[in-house]
Structure formats: structure tokens, C-alpha cells
Design a protein around this ligand. Structure first.
Ligand SMILES: [Zn+2]
Ligand SMILES: [Zn+2]
Length: 445
């Protein structure tokens, strides 16, 4: 082994341990000291230098939105900010993903996550930092999510001496239908990680409030596309054709019966045909019609069952009208349901109560929307919550995926402080638990 390799070997363990972290373990904190942490993080996150930092990052990303698995510039920006903060990271995971590590490099490991991708749509909001990329827009707030995770990294760097464990910063690609989370897991993003927290900005809830629930919060989701083929011809001579338009119409109606006649009315499910393409003239019956849509349910078993019935209904109903059909489910990956871990719900409530007050923790019903955060919660305990941005003084704010979507930048401090507090307290409390367990095992001896 030559000299350079020896130097490298000696350096590798040091790379994992940030400079200011080489401190002795702090003795256990009192409940009062623990309760102060979220308040202090929020105070810090609302300081002009941190707010300006996050707003600046968010606006830079907003101007240059990138679609799933193409977040090359966003990823580069994330890495250069982590470099600047002296935070070690792994890259690439899932093409553009980045995983940063703050702390000792030792357990407990707790992850906080942001998604980085934009949507394929045109921005209709006229403002200084409008998207400069035609046909692409950050209309789901993921630009804000990245800014908040970087903001949280800054907050955590300021309290490294308390981190007797490791915070894992997960910057993932392709949440919007691409299943980036699944690829991040396949590439090792959750190695050693004990728990993961994720958030989403929402205009439905007021600024300064959070909304969440234990158990199922978002549905499992699948997509389908079908081509129904007949025989085209003159619209005035239907007897010489096999009309796929009428067949497709019957298919669409029959698909609705899967929910109204086959699903348990108390088990929420959705089948929506959102796409229909066929023909281009008033007087021509086309050869084929393409339909496509989505189906949602709160269990993977339910999703598989619906998939099977959707295929059967399309094939058989098409054949009633003498048409053939092909059905494809591979247009986008299936997402599992997102279920919040019950113990992490208690952890979240404690932190949100200490930071925002009990009246700012809003309950919510499960939503039929989906999130690829669900892939994480399939593997380890996970927790997903909404951070409010509604502010009457800003006028009506459109919800996500609208070309008129606006992000209330005042919400960024709350998200960053929640990220940092959830992770810090998780490490502290689990450290204290394991210390207590060690002590009690000594007692037994
Ligand atoms: Zn979205
Ligand atoms: Zn989103």
C-alpha cells in the first residue's frame, strides 16, 4: 500500500465527523430543556439571515424548474450548499438524488426528506421570479421543500454539540409520478435509518399551523391506459364499422360500477378515467380509442384487486361491442398507501405543541391523493405532515398543480424548524432511552 492510500485510510473516518462535533456527550436534558429546543429552532429560522437564505434558494430553484430524474441543476445547487456548510453527502442516488449526513455518523439515524422535481405545465403567475423554462413549473412547492431542508441543515449545524447521532438529509428526485423514493431506497438512502419525517406545504391550512393524522393519511395509487380497437368507417354507415367510441363509453360507465357496486361503501376508493382520445372528425368513426386514468385505495391488497377488475371490465366490456382491448398498467409506478407510524405521531405532536401551541395542530381526514413518501413508510417507521401557508392578507391562494399556484414564503421557517426539531429531539430522546436501557440492564446485573 503506498503512502497516499494510508493517508486516505486515516482520513475516511474523519470525513464522517464534522469538526465541531468532536465534543463529549451531553448529559440528559430535562423536559424543560427539551421543550425549549423547538422554540429556539423556530426563533432561529425566523431570523432574517436564515429567511433570506431559504427564500433565495427557493427562488433560484423556482426560476429553473426541472422534471423528475432531470433535477441536475437543482441537485448541483443542493451539493454546493452542503459543501459550503461542510456537510458530507452521497451522490448520485436515483440519478440526481443527494443524501447528506450531519452528526457523529453513529446511531441513532433519523432522516428528513425533501422532493426536488417540478411539473410539466406553464406558470401563469406574473412575478419577478417566474419560471424561465417554458412548459415547466414548480407548482407543488417542492422548490420550497428543498429550501426548507437546506434551512434545516443550517439550523442543525448550529447545534451540532447536541447531535449524539446522525441526521440524514434526503433530497430525492421524481416524486410526481416517477417513484423517486423507491429508487432512493434501492440505492441505499435508508441504510441504518431508524425513522423518517417528510412534509408538504399546503394552502388548505393556515400559516403557523400543521395538519396530520396517525395511521393512513394518503392513498395507494395506480395508473392504467387502454386501447380499444374496432374498425373505422363512415359515420353515416355504422353497420360497416365496429365502433370503438361506443365501446369505450360503455367501458367508462362500467368502470364506475367497480366503486358503486363492488367496493365496501365504508372503504374509500376511486376510479377515474381522466384521458380519452379517439377520432378527429364529425363524420368518421375511428379505428381505435385510447382511455387512461387512475385508481386509489388505502391498501396494497385493494390496489391489486382493483387492478385485476379494471383489466377484466375493459377487456370484457370491449368485447361486448365486438372490439378488442389492450390494457397497460406500466405508465407510472404504483404507489403504496402512506401510513403514519403511531409512535412518531406522538413524537410529532409533542414537538409541534412545544413549537406552535396545541391549537395549531390540526387533525385531518385521509386524502385520496398519493405521495411516494409511502415507499419509505413501507420500509421503516415514517411520518408525513402538512405545513400551512394560508394567509388571508395574500388573497386567494390556489392549491398545488394549478398554474396560478403561489407559495407563501413565510411558511419556510416553520418547515425548517420542524425538520430540525423533529430530528434533534428524536436523536436526544432515543439516546436517552438507550442510555436508560443500558443503566437498567446494569441494575439487573
Ligand atoms: Zn404534486
Ligand atoms: Zn408535491
Amino acid at each position: 500500500m503506498d503512502f497516499s492510500k494510508w493517508v486516505l485510510l486515516l482520513l475516511i473516518p474523519c470525513l464522517f465527523i464534522p469538526r465541531s462535533c468532536l465534543c463529549s456527550s451531553k448529559p440528559g436534558l430535562t423536559p424543560e430543556e427539551l421543550a425549549r429546543i423547538p422554540v429556539e429552532f423556530l426563533n432561529l429560522a425566523q431570523k432574517p439571515e436564515i429567511v433570506d437564505y431559504m427564500v433565495g434558494i427557493r427562488r433560484r430553484i423556482h426560476e429553473y424548474p426541472e422534471l423528475g430524474f432531470e433535477e441536475f441543476e437543482t441537485s448541483k445547487l443542493v451539493r454546493s450548499e452542503l459543501d459550503r456548510m461542510g456537510i458530507q453527502y452521497k451522490h448520485p442516488l436515483a440519478v440526481t438524488g443527494v443524501v447528506g449526513y450531519i452528526g457523529t455518523g453513529k446511531p441513532p439515524f433519523v432522516a428528513i426528506r425533501a422532493d426536488m422535481d417540478a411539473l410539466e405545465m406553464e406558470e401563469s403567475v406574473e412575478w419577478e421570479h417566474k419560471s424561465k423554462v417554458p412548459g415547466k413549473m414548480h407548482a407543488c412547492g417542492h422548490d420550497g421543500h428543498v429550501a426548507m431542508l437546506l434551512g434545516a441543515a443550517k439550523l442543525l449545524q448550529g447545534r451540532l454539540d447536541e447531535l449524539q447521532g446522525t441526521v440524514v438529509l434526503v433530497f430525492q428526485p421524481a416524486e410526481e409520478g416517477g417513484g423517486g423514493a423507491k429508487k432512493m431506497i434501492d440505492d441505499g438512502a435508508l441504510e441504518n435509518v431508524d425513522a423518517i419525517f417528510g412534509l408538504h406545504l399546503s394552502v388548505k391550512f393556515p400559516i403557523g399551523a400543521v395538519a396530520t393524522r396517525p395511521g393512513p393519511i394518503l392513498a395507494a395509487c395506480g395508473f392504467f391506459e387502454a386501447v380499444i380497437s374496432g374498425k373505422g368507417g363512415h359515420a353515416a354507415i355504422p353497420q360497416h364499422t365496429i365502433d370503438p367510441v361506443v365501446a369505450a363509453s360503455n367501458v367508462i360507465i362500467s368502470l364506475q360500477h367497480l366503486i358503486s357496486r363492488e367496493a365496501d361503501p365504508l372503504d374509500s376508493q376511486v376510479v377515474t378515467v381522466a384521458k380519452i382520445e379517439g377520432g378527429g372528425a364529425f363524420n368518421v368513426i375511428p379505428d381505435s380509442v385510447t382511455i387512461g386514468g387512475t385508481f386509489r385505495v388505502f391498501s396494497m391488497d385493494g390496489l391489486i384487486q382493483l387492478k385485476q377488475r379494471i383489466e377484466e371490465v375493459i377487456m370484457r366490456q370491449a368485447s361486448v361491442q365486438r372490439c378488442n382491448a389492450t390494457v397497460s398498467f406500466s405508465v407510472k409506478p404504483f404507489y403504496p398507501p402512506t401510513a403514519n407510524d403511531k409512535a412518531l405521531h406522538e413524537h410529532f405532536k409533542n414537538i409541534a405543541r412545544d413549537m406552535l401551541g396545541p391549537d395549531k395542530i390540526l387533525g385531518m381526514e385521509p386524502l385520496m391523493g398519493s405521495e411516494d413518501f409511502s415507499f419509505y413508510t413501507e420500509v421503516i417507521p415514517g411520518y408525513f405532515y402538512y405545513v400551512g401557508m394560508k394567509d388571508e392578507s395574500l388573497g386567494k391562494m390556489e392549491s398545488g398543480h394549478s398554474p396560478h399556484y403561489r407559495l407563501n414564503e413565510d411558511s419556510l421557517s416553520y418547515g425548517a424548524a420542524l425538520h430540525a426539531s423533529l430530528a434533534t429531539r428524536y436523536i436526544l430522546e432515543n439516546q436517552q432511552k438507550s442510555d436508560a436501557a443500558k443503566e437498567s440492564s446494569h441494575d439487573e446485573l
